[in-house]
Design a protein around this ligand. Sequence first.
Ligand SMILES: *Cc1c(COP(=O)(O)O)cnc(C)c1O
Length: 376
Amino acid sequence: MLTKTKIYLSSPHMGVSEQKFVADAFSTNWIAPLGPNVNGFENDLKEYLGDNKYVAALSSGTASIHLALELLNVSKGDEVLCQSFTFSASANPIIYQGATPVFIDSETDTWNMSPELLEIAIKDRIEKYKKPKAIIAVHLYGMPYMANEINAIAKKYDIPVVEDSAEALGSRYHNQACGTLSDIGILSFNGNKIITTSGGGALITGSKSLKDKAIFLSTQARDNAPHYEHSSVGFNYRMSNVLAGIGRGQMEVIDDRVEARRQNFNFYKSNLSEYNSIKFLEEPNGFYSNRWITCIKTDSYNQREEIRLALQKDDVESRPLWKPMHMQPVFKHCLHFTNGVSEDLFNKGLCLPSGSNLSQDDLDRVLNIISKTPNL
Ligand SMILES: *Cc1c(COP(=O)(O)O)cnc(C)c1O
């Protein structure tokens, strides 16, 4: 009997040139958090994102969010409004800065930050405490958030927006790249993301001086002197030149990766939408998702669990949607503005295997297991 291999949710998918760029780093001895691959990777990203942005390659998406908050002078006593329906790394850097997160629930069209709740929260905090210092909005699973609405509110109250685009490289909003829609955008190149450097991230800004400051702070904040002179506290957050080599190879195949993930979504949708109890997140007009992960929403917690456990039994990885931050033990005490949307998604939603390297046999195997779930 053939033994079946495990199917993962989202696994790394190398192209052809990654090893060549890494070998270049070795042969030139640029084994450091700077070098030609770092500059090359930043240029590749800059060209891909367009809109005259500046890109700083950093050690992770989490580090990039942390640095963004540092650049916006978020500090002790400040409140930061953060999308509740996300991965914890969106919110943890608020705590690193000694500030306090306030969580905002989602709307049902994109599953991202509700502009309505955002404005209610801003008014509430201004009235009862002080103006929040920043907003962190997330393009979750690759689906752009309602950027026009969020940006309009942010502008009205003059609060900067950090755009967590960790899951959305390749997504577009009215033809503009996700990551470039706000004051500071961030990307992640962790192993499970649409492209990977094994671990890495980037900060995107429209200001050259902000990029320079990000690089200064990410390389231990050394002042200009022959000895080590410091007038501010720095971080060790720059990307390694070895890993940036992987990134350069991955940027050669980014379009294929997006296409493959979108095809996964289309496959699942065209084969599963005959079942009344399985719903997919559609792209609103002008929204283009990289479909990093294909998510389904079922009718009930029990039904979701039935599907998840049947997949698990056959060695297929799937996962409930993100547990909202306002429900996490670590953030339970934090103020939140909720409407039940993210809690409902957490209870009934499931992430399906979505790697760009899934074979047709893999996809058929997943589909076959789901189709056999009773009472769909
Ligand atoms: C992955 C991810 C991050 C963190 O990125 P790392 O590179 O893993 O530190 C932040 N936010 C979201 C939404 C993510 O999915």
